[in-house]
Design a binder for this molecule. Structure first.
Ligand SMILES: Cc1ncc(COP(=O)(O)O)c(C=O)c1O
Length: 501
């Protein structure tokens, strides 16, 4: 019960704290915090009477108005009650938990529960998938990093300032969850012309990236235990998203023509979906052959399965024109096409998109709305200008040239210094190269030793699920200056040299 006999009317016991006028917190915040703590800690128990505001003001050397303001706030929030003519009291509701009569139904349910551990299973599942912080480090040869040149930065500054000078009325309220109509139009035009995608603007959803697209696609397609084919070796963020969604993961091997469709059909003919990176398999770099493309599409049509095409880095092709999308040759609307600005511009932009078959469009739009409503409108506006005014294409051309030089210099340095241990494949596309290790070398052991010397190397063997793993390293070559890449090779040579000695 409330100990309502406690009376702090003279303030002596309660006001043992002081107010620090030099502190960054306002007097109001300090006084509010101190009184609230006294109530929550039970030092001023339920029912006790607080000193008059005038007395508090005198004792603490603050204005009476400040004290009245704090009392009013604590009254409004339910910590205090006022009794006409009698003063201000700690609310009788502020009972300590042990003083409350127990909820009988809860006590019964807890006694009957077989497992008293009430930790939510989804939290445990997600906690096990927490990312390794090393993957965010800006050191060679971490993957997923980009460069921005002065020209793009200057354009971006100018377009952002111009957009903010004429704010669009659409920014000031919630809008279509699919995103800005102008950016969707610009993207539809770009995707038809440059990626051979069949689409209209109304099928496009602007999202925060491929990862969000994957999340939404899994939300609308997958129930726990639904089978999904994934490429083996695989893209780990996709693998983890499938685990989080409790899908049944069906690894399908990748050979020199890409996904071995026949193996997928044999392992799980009625899979709900297949995730593929046809233009540039992640991580092996293989291009899905035309025969396999047609085989995959035919399977999806017959099985009424869905193909999730992740077209993440096609713009950076160094040998001829980019490979056209798989979606572009689909005659049955079975492909959900995903793209991103994370590679072609930079990941911090957090902008990507999905081209969604009409059958799934309403569900995907609703899932997007429930997840985070819509994309950031100011960014959408700047990116729409960037594309419409031709800066995007120019940016891609310049970056492609920059990245090609980085690729060649890294490959040359690795061959010159480490040719006896690493066999370097110079990729036709993308932002990282694959270096196979000589027999007897372990990619995970080497990555660990390199990490101690401030280098990030991705061991390829960790990306295999059931196919025999390749001992190789994935080295990102974009987002670093040429001297930084050369210094990274020197450091890697030291790590390897110690092993050889
Ligand atoms: C295979 C693949 N897909 C997509 C992405 C990009 O994801 P997001 O668009 O969410 O940044 C990456 C980034 O590393 C990737 O490797």
């Amino acid at each position: 019960m409330a100990r309502d006999q406690t009376n702090f009317a003279d303030g002596s016991e309660l006001l043992s704290f002081s107010i620090d006028r030099g502190a960054p917190e306002s007097i109001f915040r300090q006084l509010y915090g101190a009184l609230r703590r006294l109530i929550l800690d039970g030092i001023a128990p339920a029912g006790s009477r607080l000193p008059a505001s005038r007395l508090v003001a005198e004792r603490l050397g603050v204005s009476r108005a400040s004290v009245v303001g704090v009392y009013e706030q604590l009254l409004a929030e339910g910590y205090l009650i006022g009794r006409q003519g009698a003063g201000t009291f700690v609310s009788p509701d502020m009972l300590e938990p042990l003083q409350r009569p127990p909820h009988r139904a809860l006590a019964r349910a807890l006694a009957q529960a077989s497992a008293p551990n009430r930790r939510p299973k989804p939290a445990a599942r997600y906690a096990a998938l927490a990312p390794d912080p090393a993957q965010f480090e800006a050191v060679p040869f971490n993957t997923g990093r980009c460069s921005l040149d002065e020209q793009t930065l200057a354009t971006w500054r100018r377009l952002t300032a111009a957009a903010l000078r004429r704010p669009d009325a659409l920014w000031l309220g919630y809008g279509d969850p699919r995103g800005s109509p102008r950016l969707r139009e610009a993207l539809a035009h770009y995707l038809r012309a440059s990626r051979g995608v069949q689409c209209e603007a109304d099928q496009i959803l602007i999202l925060s990236g491929v990862q969000q697209a994957i999340d939404l696609v899994l939300k609308i397609l997958i129930e726990p235990r639904d089978p999904v084919w994934i490429e083996d070796p695989t893209y780990p963020a996709l693998h983890d998203a499938l685990k989080a969604a409790r899908a049944r993961i069906v690894p399908v091997p990748v050979d020199d023509q890409g996904l071995v469709v026949a193996n997928g059909v044999a392992a799980s003919p009625l899979a709900r979906a297949a995730y593929v990176t046809p233009s540039h398999q992640s991580p092996s770099g293989v291009v899905l052959s035309m025969a396999r493309r047609l085989e995959l599409l035919a399977w999806a049509r017959e099985a009424r399965a869905w193909i999730i095409e992740d077209d993440y880095d096609s713009e950076f092709r160094y040998a001829g024109r980019p490979i056209a999308s798989l979606q572009g040759i689909d005659r049955g609307e079975r492909v959900i096409y995903l793209g991103t600005f994370s590679k072609v511009v930079f990941p911090g932009l957090r902008l990507g998109y999905a081209v969604v078959p009409h059958e799934l469009l309403q569900a995907m739009t609703a899932a997007r709305h429930l997840t985070d409503r819509q994309a950031p409108a100011v960014t959408e506006s700047v990116v729409a200008d960037f594309i419409e005014q031709g800066h995007f294409e120019a940016h891609v051309r310049r970056m492609r040239a920059t990245y090609r030089v980085a690729r060649d210099q890294l490959a040359a340095a690795l061959r010159a210094k480490l040719g006896c241990v690493l066999e370097v494949e110079v990729p036709d596309q993308g932002m990282r190269l694959l270096a196979r290790l000589a027999p007897g070398w372990s990619d995970t052991a080497l990555a660990k030793e390199a990490a101690a010397r401030g280098l990030v190397l991705r061991p390829m063997s960790k990306l295999y699920l059931s196919a025999p793993p390749l001992q190789a390293l994935l080295l990102g070559f974009t987002g670093y200056s040429l001297p930084a890449l050369r210094a990274g090779v020197d450091r890697l040579a030291e790590v390897i040299g110690r092993r050889v000695r």
